[in-house]
Design a protein around this ligand. Structure first.
Ligand SMILES: NC(=O)c1ccc[n+]([C@@H]2O[C@H](COP(=O)([O-])OP(=O)(O)OC[C@H]3O[C@@H](n4cnc5c(N)ncnc54)[C@H](OP(=O)(O)O)[C@@H]3O)[C@@H](O)[C@H]2O)c1
Length: 207
């Protein structure tokens, strides 16, 4: 995988990537607080591997950024796998937000979450950053200048959905998957494909 570093005014700044899976036709990512489809083993393994493999240095932190509801749906395995760390976005800072030893902070906004990460990065502590959804967080981060790649699983079967992945604009171009060569899978009559889109927009600012 590429190193997740960009530059602004000649100074290195960390960029972030995004991980999501959606129904190919309606772009559904969620339904009633869960995924729209029954568990897809290969997609889950790909998700764990991709978002918990260090890109630079295994002693540094991999950070996942979640919306409050997505974090509530994370299992202990997802929260702890690979020793990743988490930031949860919540305006309400709802006191019922699940605590966890690897939860770094609850941020009141996406910029606040990214500033927290930038602070850690300035101290040389960050390996890589993943935006894990849901819908509003994806939408805001897709238009952020430090958005790098979108790792998007396309599920080629329709499922009822109430939460959707935003459309990718012309700044995103599909590129070769740098995590896995075997990108097309089928389980229990559901086919799905691991696609990767690169943001071609140039980084203009720091987080
Ligand atoms: N298929 C996938 O890849 C995927 C990935 C992630 C989630 N999902 C699914 O998507 C659904 C959950 O997503 P969702 O979009 O409904 O909810 P979500 O983004 O996970 O959580 C929404 C909450 O997060 C906080 N939040 C969101 N944007 C914020 C912002 N810009 N600043 C501050 N806080 C912010 C708010 O919390 P407060 O109300 O506390 O202010 C908001 O109510 C579930 O069904 C889940 O299974 C699917």
């Amino acid at each position: 995988m590429e190193q997740n570093v960009s530059t602004t005014n000649g100074l290195p700044v960390i960029t972030f990537d995004m991980m999501a899976a959606m129904c190919h036709n309606n772009r559904g990512i969620g339904y009633q607080g869960d995924l729209p489809w029954p568990k897809l083993k290969a997609d889950f393994e790909y998700y764990l591997k991709t978002t918990s493999t260090h890109k630079k240095d295994s002693s540094l932190m991999i950070i996942h950024v979640h919306g409050r509801k997505s974090w509530a749906g994370c299992t202990e395995l997802q929260a702890s796998y690979g020793g990743v760390y988490h930031i949860v976005c919540s305006q309400s800072r709802d006191p019922s937000i699940k605590t966890h030893p690897n939860l770094l902070t609850v941020a009141g906004s996406v910029p606040e979450a990214l500033e927290h990460i930038a602070e850690l990065d300035r101290k040389g502590k960050v390996d890589s950053v993943w935006i894990m959804g849901g819908a509003g967080i994806y939408q805001e981060c897709l238009s952020h200048p430090l958005c790098g790649r979108v790792y998007l699983t396309h599920v080629y079967k329709d499922f009822p959905s109430d939460t959707f992945f935003p459309h990718l604009d012309d700044n995103f171009r599909e590129v070769k998957n740098d995590v896995i060569s075997d990108t097309y899978h089928e389980e229990n009559g559901i086919s799905f494909e691991f696609k990767v889109y690169q943001n071609l927009r140039k980084c203009k600012t720091s987080i």
